[in-house]
Design a protein around this ligand. Structure first.
Ligand SMILES: Nc1nc2c(ncn2[C@@H]2O[C@H](COP(=O)(O)OP(=O)(O)OP(=O)(O)O)[C@@H](O)[C@H]2O)c(=O)[nH]1
Ligand SMILES: C=C(OP(=O)(O)O)C(=O)O
Length: 210
């Protein structure tokens, strides 16, 4: 059970440049608000990860100076992205910075995530002793992929990623963690996340629109 109390995990969080991110969310808020909403969701995600007692550090992979400034201020370490290399390349690059520690990859669109949900999921991943992933609430995507110390992360994020991670030998963790598993891709996802309780940055953006 020590793994649930000792901060052992290095979290890797990839973020696209604000101008290119969350295209499926366009129209959910006024165009002028969209970049601020993307950044707010990333900040709430990173804040929840840093508040999780099982996580020792957060490595963000992003080239956008506004994102880097916001997330470094929140306590994350930022690494540059390799433009056009894609999400999985960004994750693999960030994982290599973990120096052999256990690595957990998380998407930056989890504004309702509770640190306690993440802690329970990481405890299950630690007990698995192998790569493990948490699917999104729809069951087809992935919000979290964890690899024990010394095990390659081997990320397969993208369309149909839950099946791809299963095929790659990762254990599926279907826990009752709605705050962790509610990623925000669409306006409907954003409404659902609001129903779960949003982090302060995302909540503040939506309050200005009310
Ligand atoms: N650093 C980096 N992050 C990425 C890249 N592609 C996706 N991401 C991030 O990975 C996470 C999950 O990706 P998506 O949910 O598809 O996010 P997205 O690509 O901004 O959303 P759409 O434009 O709607 O597909 C989000 O935090 C993205 O910002 C990439 O090429 N590099
Ligand atoms: C990148 C992913 O997120 P989404 O499907 O929400 O785009 C994924 O689920 O692997």
């Amino acid at each position: 059970m020590l793994s649930t109390r000792v901060a052992t995990w290095t979290a890797v969080v990839p973020v696209k440049p604000l101008g290119a991110a969350k295209t499926r969310l366009r129209g959910a808020v006024p165009d002028a608000t969209h970049p601020g909403l993307v950044l707010a969701m990333a900040r709430d995600t990173v804040a929840a990860v840093l508040a999780c007692p099982a996580v020792s550090r957060v490595v963000v992979v992003c080239d956008d100076p506004q994102v880097r400034a916001g997330l470094v201020a929140a306590g994350a370490t930022c690494l540059p992205d390799t433009p056009a290399a894609g999400l999985n390349a960004a994750l693999a690059f960030g994982a290599r910075a973990a120096g052999g520690a256990p690595v957990v990859a998380l998407t930056a669109d989890l504004p309702a995530m509770r640190p306690a949900d993440l802690a329970v999921a990481l405890a299950e991943a630690a007990r698995a002793g192998r790569r493990a992933f948490v699917p999104d609430l729809e069951g087809s995507g992935t919000v979290l992929l964890a690899a024990p110390a010394g095990v390659p992360l081997d990320p397969h994020f993208g369309p149909g990623s839950a099946a791809a991670h299963l095929r790659s030998g990762a254990l599926r963790l279907d826990g009752d963690w709605p705050s962790l598993r509610r990623d925000v891709d669409t306006a409907a996802d954003l409404d659902a996340a609001a129903g779960l309780g949003l982090g302060s940055h995302t909540g503040e953006i939506l309050c200005t629109l009310a």
